[in-house]
Ligand binder design. Sequence first.
Ligand code: G3H
Ligand code: 13P
Ligand code: ZN
Length: 334
Amino acid sequence: MITYKELGLVNSKDLFAKAVKGGYAIPAFNFNNLEQLQAIIGACVETKSPVILQVSSGARKYANQTLLKHLAKGAVDYAHELGFDIPIVLHLDHGDTFELCKSCIESGFSSVMIDGSHHSYEKNIELTAQVVEYAHKHNVSVEGELGVLAGIEDDVSSDVTHYTKPEEVEDFVKKTGVDSLAISIGTSHGANKFTPDQCTRNEDGILVPPPLRFDILEECEKRIPGFPIVLHGASSVPAELVKIINSNGGKLKDAVGIPEEQLRRAAASAVCKVNIDSDGRLAMTAAIRKAFNDNPAEFDPRKYLGPARDSLKELYKHKIVNVLGSAGKAVNCN
Ligand code: G3H
Ligand code: 13P
Ligand code: ZN
């Protein structure tokens, strides 16, 4: 067993308390490899933002848990080397069993999500409370989820959104002891968050998605005032990235995400953690497709992964500065 403190990581408790009070959200960026990690840490150090490094169970299988542990420790040292010790949380994204959460806690994670949202309400409470009991013995933060997002979460998928029922949140938080709660207000995972018939089209023919259910968010906030709320499925799916992908041989059809002004509004509320994965995937894919097209004779991975990393870093800086409002918030955290 290694504790997150030995790796130089922090849990999310103080970060969330400050974010809720300050009306901003901490970025939760998924990573699976070295370039993504370099881009995240580079962007967060330059903007002086706290960060949640997020690892799904698929990412853990892909990257190897031992390597991940060393990468997380490396992220702390890398930030220091870049000149600013930002607070870094290592978080399990969409944990689905007690055993997986326990194993992550034992290998240095400072925060875990137990996603019992696909179970019955009672089973979700039971499973979440079991994880909280173990995690809190180790000072590790726990995120629970109520309501189901449409889209794919690892091996679990849902065609339709099941909005969070505000009347359940207070009871769930009380019975489980979770530290934060993910809710479902109309976001979803992936790059095709809505079907074209769920959208309207603007004058340029661009798909405009239905607005998020801020009424549900406000109802939840009323019932658990000041409690940290998490938004999953928060990629914006930038049209310019989809265009680069498709004009360089890609085939992304009807890709549509959450408009940034809605995410800004959410970040100013009790939403204190915003999950972004797909936008990073799009930024990397666009840069790599373009590099392959521009230089077909090139076969040095650094020549296409390098531009992908640069593009990712710019995307993350944009999110931090212009969407989430977390720039400069690492200043008084150490
Ligand atoms: O919510 C899902 C995240 O985007 C992680 O995706 O399970 O493909 O790693 P993944
Ligand atoms: P996106 O697919 O919108 O990036 O959401 C990521 C996420 O919620 C990870 O848990
Ligand atoms: Zn998610």
